[in-house]
Ligand binder design. Structure first.
Ligand code: FMN
Length: 354
């Protein structure tokens, strides 16, 4: 199954092995990607589909130093070298649109930090002047929330102009859209609050605007029920039920795929979501341990997903598809170089000869 091609909307996958979105913080200070970044993605083009690292649609949504943007025409021009390199190597690539919401710092964005509610995330972020605690975000005004769909739609249009095969909305892992969905980050009492179904509505309205702009056959979305990172504190059942409801809301949109970070492939959630939204499902088994070939194969064989997303093994093995197809030994990812600049631990992992 892993080596069969697939079609998600208009996105063609030459196999079922998806390179998961991976923030690698090597973009220029202005958010433009570089030749080095193009080379990194080109090396990995034998994945069935590459999902780019989380990319900010607007500077206010930038979470980390070195994260790329898709907020202006200079970004578009720079990304063209990435999409061109991947397509020349026969691959497919979508851009992950990621607004960090409260996971941001004014020392990085020179903007105020905004979120559904004024709830500070735990932990620290690296800024040019050292590690700093995340600030308490400002609760977004209703007017600012109402502007989100257009902002995402414009960025999706830029991504398509840059040559991407589609976009993936990041509604997972504790960033802005997930903050609208989770009870401990969305305390709003207005129409955007959870009581009024507002979290799901924000996500659906953003998705609808993006679909209207670039076509449903080029739009996916990532969700992470029960993956409590970045201070999200949801119990699994509530989160999973919320995703089932969201999938029903998304059904009329006809999305190309839904991608799940989901550590419990034993239960029926991915199938429930696929049938509720009537779309293809990508599963990633979560951050606890790096996905292995056996795990990926088990997910596909169980029918829990149409494709499997793999992160760390792809960092260390540009030719992961070949290694897994041939059962060859793998390089191990070096965590110490995940987020440092330059080619070390980025484009210098070896490939099999021949
Ligand atoms: C270095 C690193 C960066 C990541 N960046 C992103 C990101 O930008 N967007 C996202 O949705 N997930 C991100 N993730 C989560 C991965 O997509 C994936 O879910 C996680 O690594 C678990 O899969 P694995 O066990 O195959 O590595 C990141 C993970 C790592 C290790």
């Amino acid at each position: 199954m892993m080596w069969q091609p697939a079609q998600f909307g208009s996105i063609r996958l030459r196999n079922r092995l998806v390179m998961a979105p991976l923030t690698r913080t090597r973009a220029n200070d202005d958010g433009a990607v570089t030749e080095l970044i193009a080379e990194y993605y080109r090396q990995r083009a034998t994945a069935g589909l590459i999902v780019s690292e989380g990319t900010w649609p607007t500077l206010q949504g930038k979470s980390y130093l070195g994260q790329p943007g898709i907020a202006d025409t200079a970004h578009v021009d720079a990304w063209r070298q990435v999409t061109g390199a991947v397509h020349s190597a026969g691959g497919s690539i979508v851009l992950q649109l990621m607004h960090g919401g409260r996971v941001a710092h004014p020392a990085i964005t020179r903007r105020e930090v905004v979120a559904p509610s004024a709830v500070r995330p735990p932990g620290h972020v690296r800024t040019a002047s050292g590690k700093q605690r995340f600030p308490v975000p400002e609760a977004m005004t209703r007017a600012a929330i109402a502007e989100l769909p257009l902002m995402y739609a414009k960025s999706a249009r830029r991504a398509i102009s840059a040559g991407f095969d589609g976009v993936e909305l990041h509604a997972a892992n504790g960033y802005l859209l997930h903050q609208f969905l989770a009870a401990n980050t969305n305390l709003r009492g207005d129409e955007y609050g959870l009581e009024a179904g507002g979290g799901r509505r924000v996500v659906t309205e953003v998705a609808q605007a993006v679909v209207d702009e670039v076509g449903a056959d080029r739009v996916g979305i990532r969700l992470s029920p029960g993956n409590n990172v970045q201070g999200i504190d949801e119990d699994y059942q509530t989160a999973a039920d919320g995703c089932r409801s969201l999938a029903l809301d998304l059904r009329p949109l006809g999305l190309a795929y839904i991608s799940l970070v989901w550590a419990r492939p034993g239960d029926s959630l991915s199938r429930d979501i696929g049938s509720a939204a009537q779309t293809s499902i990508v599963v990633n088994t979560g951050p606890a341990t790096a996905t292995t070939r056996e795990e990926a194969r088990a997910v596909l064989d169980s029918g829990a997903a149409d494709a499997v997303a793999v992160g760390r093994a792809f960092i260390a093995n540009p030719d992961l598809a070949r290694r897994w197809a041939e059962g060859r030994v793998e390089n191990h990812p070096d965590q110490a170089t995940f987020y440092v600049g330059g080619p070390r631990g980025y484009t210098d992992y070896g490939v099999l000869p021949g």
